[in-house]
Design a protein around this ligand. Structure first.
Ligand code: ATP
Ligand code: MG
Length: 422
C-alpha cells in the first residue's frame, strides 16, 4: 500500500497531544458556563445558502474557501466555515429567539479551503460565543471580556485587542461611498484582488494584507468621522465598559471584518510572537443578521477564536512522561497466562469501583512491567503468579517504597484503596 497521509491542510491529534486539546476544551466549557453561556452543537454541514446568504459574496470565505458539494439527493451542502450562521439558523429554527437574551457558545472543527501554512489549515478548530437580544454596549463588552479572559488563562502571550466601529444602516452608506470614491481614485495602484473586490465588497479592501494596497489604505477615509451620534455613543460606551474591567483596546480603523453582517463594534485579538498568523480571535456586533435570515429584528454580538493558534500561543507543551496514555493508579502484573485470566475480573472490579487500573497483557518480564507501570504514574502494583493464585492471594507492591506484602484476594480492593488514600 502507498504511504497514506492525512489530507493537505489537516492534521491528526495524537494521544501525546490530545490532553492539551482536552484541557483547552474544558477551559472553554468552564469559562463560558461561568459567563452564563450554554453550549450549542450544530451539524458540521449545512445547506450552502445558510452561508452564502449570511457571510455574503465578495468575502474570502464564500468566494474561495468553502468546501461545497452536491449530496446524493442533488442538494448543495457546505462544510461549515464558521459557526455564526449555523447558530443563527438553529436559533431561528427552534424559536430560541422568543426568549431573549439568548447566550450560547460552541466549539468544534471548521473547514476552509486555504493555502496551508503554520497556523492556517483546511480543517481547524474554533470556539466562540454569541449573545442575541441585547442592543446595549454591555453585551459587546461582555463578549470581548470573555475572549480576553480565555486568552489570559490559557497563554502567556501578550495580547493586543484592536477595536473599531463599522457604523450602522444610517451612517455606513456615506462612509462606504467615501471609501469607494477614494479607492476608485487610486484603482491603478491597487492589487488585482482588491480591484476586483472594489465593485462587490469595497470595505473589505481596507482589510487587505497585500503590500501593494498599503499606501491606498493608509490614506483612506476613516470611519470615525462618519459615525452617527448613536453609533459614536455606543462605541464610546463599549470602550468605557472595557476600561472599567481593566481592558484597554486600541482603536484601529483598519479593522473591518470581512463578513457582510457586521454593524457597529468589530474587534480582533492578536498575540505577540506568533508571526503572520497572529490573529487569535475576531468578532463583533451583527444587528442585521437575524432579520436578513427572515427572523425578527434581533441585535446580536459574538466572537470566534482559533484553537490551534491559542495552543501555539500557549507555548511548547510541558514535558510528557505518560507517553500519551492517561495516568494509571494501579498496575496489574501477571506472571503467567492462568494468573492473567484470573486478574481480568479483578481488574474490571477495580475499574468499576472508580480506580484507574491497567494490565500489561503481553506477559513480558515482571520488572519490565513494573518499570512501565511506574512511568505510567502507577503507585501500586498487584502481582499474581501460580503461588499466589494457589493461596487466593496477591502480592501488593508499593511502587514508591518498593515494599511488598501478601494480601488476600477478597481484601485486595479494600487494601489498595487504603494505600491510594494515603
Ligand atoms: P485571517 O484574516 O487570518 O484569514 P479570518 O478573518 O478569516 O482570519 P475569522 O473568520 O475571524 O478569521 O476566524 C476567527 C479565528 O479563527 C481567526 O482569528 C483564527 O484564529 C482562526 N482561523 C480562521 N481561519 C483559520 C484557519 N484556516 N486555520 C486556523 N485558524 C483559523
Ligand atoms: Mg481567513
Amino acid at each position: 500500500m502507498d504511504k497514506r497521509t492525512a489530507p493537505r491542510g489537516t492534521f491528526d491529534i495524537l494521544p501525546t497531544d490530545s490532553n492539551r486539546w482536552l484541557a483547552l476544551e474544558r477551559a472553554v466549557d468552564e469559562l463560558c458556563a461561568r459567563f452564563g453561556y450554554g453550549e450549542i452543537r450544530t451539524p458540521i454541514f449545512e445547506s450552502t445558502d445558510v452561508f452564502v446568504r449570511t457571510i455574503g459574496e465578495g468575502t474570502d470565505i464564500v468566494d474561495k474557501e468553502m468546501y461545497t458539494f452536491t449530496d446524493r439527493g442533488g442538494r448543495s451542502m457546505t462544510l461549515r466555515p464558521e459557526f455564526t450562521a449555523p447558530t443563527a439558523r438553529a436559533a431561528l429554527e427552534h424559536n430560541l429567539l422568543q426568549n431573549l437574551p439568548l447566550k450560547v457558545y460552541y466549539r468544534g472543527p471548521i473547514f476552509r479551503y486555504e493555502r496551508p501554512q503554520k497556523g492556517r489549515y483546511r480543517q481547524s478548530h474554533q470556539w466562540g460565543a454569541e449573545c442575541f437580544g441585547v442592543a446595549g454596549p454591555q453585551a459587546d463588552a461582555e463578549i470581548i471580556a470573555l475572549g480576553m479572559e480565555l486568552i489570559r488563562r490559557e497563554t502567556l502571550a501578550d495580547v493586543e485587542l484592536g477595536i473599531n466601529s463599522m457604523g450602522c444602516d444610517v451612517c455606513r452608506p456615506a462612509y462606504r461611498e467615501a471609501v469607494v470614491a477614494h479607492l476608485k481614485d487610486n484603482a491603478t495602484t491597487l492589487s488585482e484582488n482588491s480591484r476586483e473586490r472594489l465593485s462587490r465588497n469595497p470595505l473589505r479592501v481596507l482589510d487587505s494584507k497585500d503590500p501593494s494596497d498599503r499606501a491606498v489604505i493608509a490614506t483612506a477615509p476613516r470611519v470615525d468621522s462618519y459615525l452617527c451620534d448613536a453609533c459614536r455613543e455606543h462605541f464610546t460606551a463599549v470602550r468605557a465598559l472595557l476600561a472599567s474591567m481593566g481592558i484597554t483596546p486600541t482603536v484601529d480603523p483598519k479593522i473591518v471584518r470581512g463578513l457582510d453582517y457586521y454593524t457597529r463594534t468589530v474587534f480582533e485579538m492578536s498575540a505577540g510572537g506568533l508571526g503572520t498568523q497572529n490573529a487569535l480571535c475576531g468578532g463583533g456586533r451583527y444587528d442585521g443578521l437575524i432579520a436578513a435570515m427572515g427572523g425578527p429584528a434581533t441585535p446580536a454580538v459574538g466572537l470566534a477564536m482559533g484553537m490551534e493558534r491559542l495552543l501555539m500561543a500557549a507555548g511548547p507543551r510541558r514535558a510528557e512522561s505518560l507517553n500519551g496514555r492517561p495516568r494509571t493508579e494501579v498496575a496489574f502484573v501477571a506472571l503467567d497466562e492462568p494468573s492473567a485470566r484470573s486478574l481480568v475480573p479483578i481488574l474490571h472490579a477495580f475499574r468499576r469501583a472508580g480506580i484507574s487500573a491497567d494490565m500489561d497483557y503481553t506477559l513480558r518480564k515482571v520488572d519490565k512491567q513494573i518499570r512501565a507501570a511506574g512511568q505510567q504514574g502507577a503507585r501500586v502494583a498487584v502481582i499474581l503468579g501460580n503461588d499466589e493464585l494457589a493461596r487466593g492471594e496477591a502480592t501488593v507492591q508499593d511502587l514508591t517504597t518498593r515494599e511488598r506484602q501478601r494480601v488476600k484476594l477478597i481484601e485486595l480492593e479494600h487494601d489498595v484503596k487504603e494505600r491510594l488514600a494515603r
